[in-house]
Design a protein around this ligand. Structure first.
Ligand code: VGL
Ligand code: ZN
Length: 236
């Protein structure tokens, strides 16, 4: 067994008080995440960053009114892969967030980034959403679409290090963490989501529904003080 930790999108724009897409209590996760980052049981510590061009499809102001309110409205998004344009997905609109090169895209200073081995920037293709650090919303990898939406081929990087188990934390539990954990399971890894180390856009009922999806996909929902994390360093 070789484990990796993926710290998902702990960026200024997802954190109160000033983030444009602030997730309630996101900043309070830092101590729990730092404890995990210092766990010697991880072979690889990864941080993902949402990194969008200003014309990104998920930004509400990039769509015509009146049906362009962030959080409220959805659009139909087409698969950018050649020959697959008729495949569409319902895409939620968001406030402008994590624009490449801006303060909002920076990882919050409370996270101990000295322990991070690998950064993954994602969401760089304006035409499509990319919640997961592995692939876009249609499951396309860059090599298949001949573009760069992400700067690391994450599945390859994990395979190269012989990683068998992935633990996902960060924000948002019901979006980027969920889809990253599901794609890790699809990639054939044992995939865990550490529940007390995530916060959600839609806590409550939204998170309960997300947990059903996670379990259906084979992701194990665990706690940072539970036996799965404890077992990494032999402290159960
Ligand atoms: C995220 C909404 C839009 C996330 C990213 O990090 O969960 N959510 N972009
Ligand atoms: Zn985003």
């Amino acid at each position: 067994m070789k484990a990796a930790l993926i710290v998902v999108d702990m960026q200024e724009d997802f954190c109160p008080p000033n983030g444009s897409l602030a997730v309630n209590e996101a900043r309070t996760l830092a101590p729990t995440i730092n404890t995990l980052l210092s766990n010697p049981g991880f072979t690889l510590r990864i941080a993902s960053q949402d990194s969008h061009p200003p014309n990104h499809i998920s930004f509400a102001p990039n769509h015509p009114p009146p049906n362009n309110l962030p959080f409220e409205h959805f659009i139909e998004m087409s698969n950018p892969a050649a020959g697959k344009e008729t495949e569409t997905k319902r895409q939620r609109l968001w406030p402008i967030h994590c624009v490449e090169g801006t303060k909002g895209a920076e990882i919050i200073p409370e996270i101990d980034t000295k322990n991070i081995d690998l950064y993954v920037r994602k969401g760089m293709d304006a035409r499509v959403e990319m919640y997961s650090a592995f692939a876009d919303a249609f499951g396309n990898l860059d090599a298949e679409v001949n573009r760069s939406s992400v700067d690391v081929h994450l599945k390859g990087a994990l395979e190269e290090k012989g990683i068998t188990d992935v633990f996902c934390v960060g924000v948002a539990g019901d979006y980027c963490v969920k889809y990253t954990a599901i794609d890790a399971a699809r990639a054939g890894l044992r995939s865990y989501l550490v529940e007390d180390a995530v916060r959600c856009v839609d806590p409550g009922v939204g998170w309960e529904e997300a947990k059903r999806e996670l379990r259906e996909a084979g992701v194990l929902v665990v706690r940072s003080d539970g036996p799965e994390v404890g077992g990494l360093s032999g402290v159960v």
